[in-house]
Design a protein around this ligand. Structure first.
Ligand code: TXE
Length: 484
């Protein structure tokens, strides 16, 4: 298998050109050069994909579980066999260090297919017996053709996180990867063809969100939408889909607090907080971008955090020892730098970074931002409220648990939080009161896939993962039989 200069749509089991026969430039963020071209598809391509998905649905949904189990595992096997190629492609497309793609993104795509292939063997429904002589049972049937729309930060990881459960439970899929990072979705198409996935079961249409994405959302044959991306886009999708009474799962942005108490395990905390701050150049919706430290520990933390962050290796994402790669696009680099300027205007002091690092050789024109640590920002200022989605964190002290909770909850987002303390009752108490859908205690990005995943407030609605997402992709029908 290999990457190609001209990416194609995957519709009805074939790799095809977009009907408009137009292509968009696809940039390598590490070099700033166009390295491939993606279909500039339109609603006609979406119509073909939806028709293929609709046609494939009856047979796919009736297949025995063992059949779908076997195919999804075959896809997982092929992703694993192509791990190096996919990791290199992911890194070239997104700018992330190749080692991060090799150890996180691509292995997780394998696990997404494996997990949901096995989950359908254990998926159950419920029945309720009435003493008056009736039995109710809940019939959970797949919905039909569904839409999966994913973002650029964890391209194959989040793409397969939606597609795997939708297919496993018996739906057919029209999927759209981000136009910013299309390559690994294209390679997944080739893997599905090699795996023998029946035509129309999965269809991948490349192109712009407002054209291709909206056409998917508005299609009458699309029964549910699973979306991950920005909060503003989520609002737009919800406004279109709600009047059509479509099921929606919206995984949106975050501005996640990290609470660090003086009694924490300092060495374990500092290593993990470095990751939760700058992993994937801070372009993970779960990154902790607001670090709040108990004042008695604040100076010690600041010193250690600055020292470790200053040692992070920024460089060519294709180099195996790079820890901080390029951010995903020129526009995104400019957005991040503009927020750093805004933070300065709002009274922030730049303790580390704040600019564009020197990256030599082939990456001299790439889109890089230095890991940046800012102190002295008010809880409610824009740069501490809005999602920057880059290697930028603010640090601030808090006095006690009450103050920590107030600062943590001072956000319109509510996706994830990390709490570092060895005091168990404090941990459980704060976990109950902190307004985030995910709470990590003395860890970060550690999750059992059976658990529900998602945020509250402006971080979205619905849950992915585990039984929740399998239920999301089914229609529960209650049948009641009176037998006496
Ligand atoms: O997301 P978009 P982008 C945040 C982050 C980032 C911001 C924008 O702050 O800076 O969102 O990122 C498709 N109808 N997150 O531009 O625009 C689009 O083509 C239907 C957090 O990547 O939301 C792409 O495939 N689809 C997030 C997908 O939606 C539309 C991860 C995401 O694009 C559409 C990424 C429309 N009208 C960004 N407009 C997280 N929670 O992880 C766009 N799309």
């Amino acid at each position: 298998m290999k990457t190609d200069k001209y990416i194609k749509n995957y519709i009805n089991g074939e790799l095809v050109d977009p009907i408009p026969n137009e292509y968009l430039d696809n940039y390598n963020p590490a070099t700033g050069e166009v390295y491939s071209y993606i279909p500039n598809s339109d609603e006609r391509d979406v119509e073909l994909a939806v028709a293929a998905a609709k046609k494939a649905f009856p047979e796919w949904s009736r297949q025995p579980i063992a059949f779908r189990w076997g195919l999804l595992n075959r896809i997982a096997d092929l992703i694993y066999q192509n791990l190096d190629l996919l990791a290199a492609a992911e890194s070239e497309d997104n700018g992330k260090p190749v080692n991060l793609a090799r150890t996180v993104d691509i292995p997780r795509a394998v696990e997404n297919f494996r997990f949901f292939a096995s989950a359908i063997k254990h998926f159950s429904s419920e029945s309720h017996h009435m003493t008056s002589g009736a039995i109710n049972y809940t019939l959970r049937r797949p919905l039909g053709a569904v839409a999966c729309i994913s973002p650029w930060n964890l391209p194959l990881y989040l793409f397969t996180w939606k597609i795997a459960p939708a297919l496993a439970i018996g739906n057919t899929v029209v999927a759209k990867p981000s136009e910013v990072t299309p390559m690994t979705a294209y390679l997944l198409s080739k893997i599905c063809i090699e795996a023998g996935l029946p035509p129309g079961v999965l269809n991948i249409v490349h192109g712009l969100g407002r054209k291709v994405g909206e056409a998917m959302v508005l299609s009458k044959e699309i029964k549910a939408i699973s979306f991950t991306g920005g909060t503003e886009t989520g609002k737009k999708i919800a406004s279109l889909a709600a009047p059509l009474f479509k099921k929606m799962s919206l995984e949106l942005g975050g501005k996640n607090p990290t609470l660090i108490f003086a009694d924490c395990d300092f060495d374990r905390m500092i290593q993990t907080v470095l990751r939760s701050s700058f992993s994937n150049q801070g372009q993970i919706c779960l990154c902790g971008s607001r670090i709040l430290v108990q004042e008695s520990l604040y100076e010690r933390f600041k010193l250690a955090f600055l020292e470790k962050a200053s040692l992070l290796r920024i460089g060519d994402p294709q180099s195996p020892d790079t820890q901080v790669g390029a951010v995903v696009s020129k526009e995104h680099q400019e957005k991040i730098l503009s927020y750093i300027e805004l933070a300065k205007e709002e009274g922030g002091r730049i303790l580390l970074g704040g600019g564009i690092p020197e990256v030599n050789k082939r990456c001299s024109n790439g889109y890089f931002v230095e890991p940046t640590i800012i102190e002295g920002l008010d809880d409610h200022c824009r740069s501490n409220q809005e999602e920057i989605f880059g290697p930028v964190v603010s640090i601030a002290p808090f006095t006690d648990e009450e103050d920590a909770l107030r600062k943590a909850n001072a956000s319109e987002y509510g996706l994830a939080s990390s709490i570092w303390t060895e005091n168990l009752s404090r941990a459980h108490k704060l976990a109950e009161s902190i307004e985030t859908g995910i709470v990590w205690i003395n860890c970060w990005m550690l999750r059992d896939l059976r658990t529900p995943f998602g945020g509250m407030k402006n971080s979205g609605m619905g849950r992915e993962g585990g039984w929740e997402v399998l239920r999301f992709f089914t229609e529960p029908k209650n049948v009641c039989i009176k037998y006496r």
